[in-house]
Write a new protein. Structure first.
Length: 144
């Protein structure tokens, strides 16, 4: 059965295997660059409130894909374009992995752009991702 820790590990693997992502982190966004030194382009994932829906648990994440923008902002459109493509790559990889990891990726993913954010003056996208994992309500697996 897949757990939250395993989903975080999958996201870590996707980030570290992607040739355009130089660093990865997980946690509250304010921790990006504080608790984990980031090399750009970077991927950061934050956990949002989850829901129980019947026999499923919906794990909701915001994935930040970001890169540094020059002070002149001459590369800002390139950064937005590149991080969007990387975000689409992340979705494609999650769709590929769902078949072998006992989860379902919700097919509707909101994308928002941001500019000149964080202390590093980065721009990029946020990607809303919901992963449904089974909740079997197995009383036998509850520790005594």
């Amino acid at each position: 059965m897949i757990t939250l820790n395993k989903v975080i590990k999958l996201l870590n693997n996707i980030a570290t295997d992607h040739k355009q992502i130089n660093s990865w982190g997980f946690g509250d966004l304010w921790e990006a660059g504080v608790t984990t030194k980031l090399s750009f382009p970077a991927m950061w994932a934050s956990l949002n409130p989850a829901q129980i829906n019947g026999n499923e648990v919906n794990l909701n994440f915001t994935i930040y894909l970001m890169d540094k923008v020059r002070r002149s902002e001459a590369n800002e459109n390139d950064v937005l374009s590149d991080t969007l493509q990387i975000g689409l790559d992340v979705i494609a990889k999650l769709r590929e992995l769902e078949n072998t990891n006992d989860f379902y990726l919700v097919r509707s993913n909101a994308i928002e752009y941001f500019t000149e954010s964080l202390d590093d003056e980065v721009s990029g996208i946020t990607l809303a991702v919901t992963i449904k994992i089974p909740n079997l309500y197995d009383n036998c697996s509850i520790p005594d």
